[in-house]
Ligand binder design. Sequence first.
Ligand code: KG4
Ligand code: ZN
Length: 344
Amino acid sequence: MSEPLVLGIETSCDETGIGIVRGRTLLSNTIASSMDEHARYGGVVPEVAARAHLEALQPSIEAALAEAGVSLHDLDAVAVTSGPGLAGALMVGIGAAKALAVSLGKPLYAVNHLVGHIAADTLDTDAGPLEYPTVALLVSGGHTSLLLVRDLTTDVELLGETMDDAAGEAFDKVARILGLPYPGGPEIDRAAASGDPDAIRFPRGLSRASDLAKHRYDFSFSGLKTAVARWIEQREAAGEDFSAEDVAASFREAVVDVLVTKALAACVDHDVPRLLLGGGVIANRRLREVALARAAEQGVTVRIPPLSLCTDNGAMIAALASELIMSGRRPSTLAFGADSTLPV
Ligand code: KG4
Ligand code: ZN
């Protein structure tokens, strides 16, 4: 099929994303978030997210169809995230996708959320077609993964991932320590703007020579979070004043440094002159700035899609299914379920 019309459903975390694409053309991308409901808990509550998906799905599908100017009967396929993600949240999207596909008699594609993040880039018309191979760094509140993409539909290799907290989660936790509201990423970014990134040397997780042998492309942020908490406790116990802006800037610098260093090491090791960034943490100004500057020094080009395609969304799921269809892949059977740890 040359340019399939695909509706994608994404419910792996707190965003109910419905996207419609035709081939590599984005027609609509509606996002309903339950973020506000999680704010008072300081993180996503799975049960709350699942209920919110249930409520948001129907109106979101209608809105996406209206925005794209198509009807359900026009669709060539339905796509849905089957993992990784929160099992209960995934199940809501999968149930809706199966019901839609069966009732419409359309093929159904179960796709991987992480590969979907990479597929989002196929919709970025300003950047031109996705070129291979490319290294992909995906950083959000739920994941921090480094991947080597030789082909989007047949050859995506996970090089490394976080051993504990995701990068966005670290931003959220440190923001909480600093008394800033959830989600913490934008708050830390704002506070850091007037702070000194070199004021405090916080640890770079899994970056020592002894760590690199086994964890060259893996990340760890929980030690960094603890280091920030301890540093503040010590100042408070001593009755010393400190600048929250300096803490925010120094913390942000440690996260950005380790993300960019490891991503560029993967480019050099695999002789890949391309780096693709995705996930909500890409909103971080310093991350984009450092990635662009250090990549340029190494002759690596960086692709950063618009933020609406970086954060969790349904269009990326539709985009991946569209690629699968265009490459001749057969649809999924109905036998799949939610797989919270689905590998790439
Ligand atoms: O991709 P996303 O919208 O949702 C998922 O986590 O799946 O990412 C949200 C995460 C949150 O942890 C949030 O704190 C972080 O991205 N974030 C940021 C920034 N904006 C959002 N982290 C650092 N700097 C930012 N400017
Ligand atoms: Zn995601």
